[in-house]
Design a binder for this molecule. Structure first.
Ligand code: ADP
Length: 421
């Protein structure tokens, strides 16, 4: 392994994994902090997906260190701590404390702080983070329920979360190229600075910054910074040229869609799939709760459908219906009943010969991978922005795509299969 990535949430992990995959690194995603002594799969880059963004600080630090240990044991030469491109955190962390712990573990001298992601409108100028045309604290992030961002100055934001000194590489220096940036790092290190916020407005800037951190043990930032890292490994002769995969070879077997997402995007995708003639059956949370509907019966129905078209099992409903069900079952219980059902359905489908699964919904995806006991996914081609096909590395012969509710074009469920051979 060349690069180890510790991501503070699941979609962020997929994001950075896709970025590395596109840049020609064979990338594997591991879900959750690896157990002590766990062996990671062989790949150019391994991304560990944690849920450490809003955990208690001590837990976030412990999970991140466990991930770091496993990545180092597997040979990682460089560690990227990946957080959101809007620097989602509170004054207590968790970005600062996790970075501090990693810095100490890796004996790193300097680590950059670079959440810039120009393709998504996240840029950094004079150390201020912008979301599109407005500074972070004027964006919708100012009202985020868990991590409201009320400042845009990354030196202050990071400075509030760490005792280490935070410095800045300005845009003129970035424009002057990687050598100039490296000289600035050296000067700042001499002044006792440990974290360096780096300006970046374009992908070209990220390539310059990528080149400037060759040899750094630790980097921190968003997915964007990953763009400029493969070039360093290539320059050292450690990584060959490789195009991003255009398709994924999937085991022969049946295909199905499981959808527990109630988002508008997913409901539109379900409508498109049924219009395309996919056989579809709806889960009824009340009947599941009472035992009148069972995962076994739903799976029997699915496997009895003609195999030419993927089948669709969904609980997705409009807000009024979901509200009525939550009223009757309680919000948590409603979610649990449905997630439980999908986990059991997935297990039975795989046992029944399903080898290709699309799953819609963040929580639903979590329940399904947990139900299948899957922890390691090799990243394949991207179906729509942010959603790749993946191949299960440590479990059943299965390819799976995990889609967050709002992701994907209206024809997502129909077109995804074309990328499988
Ligand atoms: P998204 O990514 O769109 O937010 P999630 O899977 O994360 O989707 O969340 C959807 C939640 O709603 C899950 O907890 C799921 O179990 C629950 N759910 C799904 N269908 C229904 C339904 N018909 N009634 C009540 N809750 C539902």
């Amino acid at each position: 392994m060349l690069l180890g990535v510790i991501a503070d949430d699941m979609t962020g992990a997929t994001d950075v994994a896709l970025m590395l995959n596109r840049a020609g690194m064979r990338t594997v995603q591991v879900i959750g902090a690896p157990r002590q002594g766990a062996t990671l799969p062989d790949a150019d880059a391994v991304v560990v997906a944690l849920k450490s963004r809003t955990n208690p600080v001590a837990e976030a630090v412990a999970d991140s260190l466990a991930a770091c240990e496993a990545l180092l044991a597997a040979g990682a030469r460089q560690i990227l701590f990946k957080y959101c491109s809007t620097f989602d955190s509170t004054a207590q962390g968790n970005i600062g404390p996790v970075a501090d712990a990693l810095m100490q573990r890796l004996s790193a001298e300097t680590a950059i702080v670079c959440p810039a992601f120009p393709a998504n409108g996240r840029s950094i100028y004079q150390g201020y983070l912008f979301v599109g045309a407005v500074p972070l604290h004027e964006s919708s992030m100012k009202d985020h329920p868990l991590t409201p961002m009320r400042d845009s100055n990354l030196m202050r934001l990071m400075g509030a979360q760490t005792k280490a000194a935070v410095g800045h590489v300005d845009y003129a220096t970035v424009l002057a190229g990687a050598e100039a940036v490296k000289a600035r790092y050296a000067r700042l290190a001499g002044e006792g600075v440990r974290y360096v916020v780096t300006d970046a407005l374009t992908n070209d800037d990220l390539m310059v910054l990528g080149a400037s951190v060759a040899g750094h043990r630790l980097l921190t930032g968003g997915s964007g910074i990953a763009m400029g890292l493969p070039q360093n490994f290539r320059a050292d002769g450690l990584l060959g040229e490789r195009a991003a995969p255009a398709s994924l070879s999937a085991p022969s077997g049946r295909a199905g869609i499981l959808s527990g997402s109630c988002s508008a995007a997913t409901r539109g995708q379900i409508a498109a799939a049924t219009a395309a003639g996919y056989p579809a059956l709806k889960l009824d949370p009340l009947a599941l709760a009472s035992g009148a509907q069972t995962p076994g019966a739903l799976v029997d129905w699915a496997l009895a459908q003609p195999a030419q078209a993927p089948f669709l099992l969904y609980s997705s409903d409009d807000p009024a219906e979901v509200g009525a069900i939550q009223q009757k079952l309680g919000r948590d219980r409603a979610g649990e009943v449905v997630e439980h059902a999908f986990a059991e359905i997935a297990r039975r489908l795989v046992a029944g010969g399903v080898t290709r699964l699309l799953v819609a919904g963040g929580e639903t995806s979590g329940a399904v991978v947990q139900g299948l006991g899957v922890k390691t996914l090799a990243i394949g081609p991207e179906i729509d922005p942010g959603v790749p096909w993946t191949r299960v590395v440590d479990g059943p012969e299965l390819v799976v795509a995990l889609k967050s509710g709002n992701f994907g074009a209206p024809d997502f469920f129909v077109k995804a299969w074309r990328l499988l051979d």
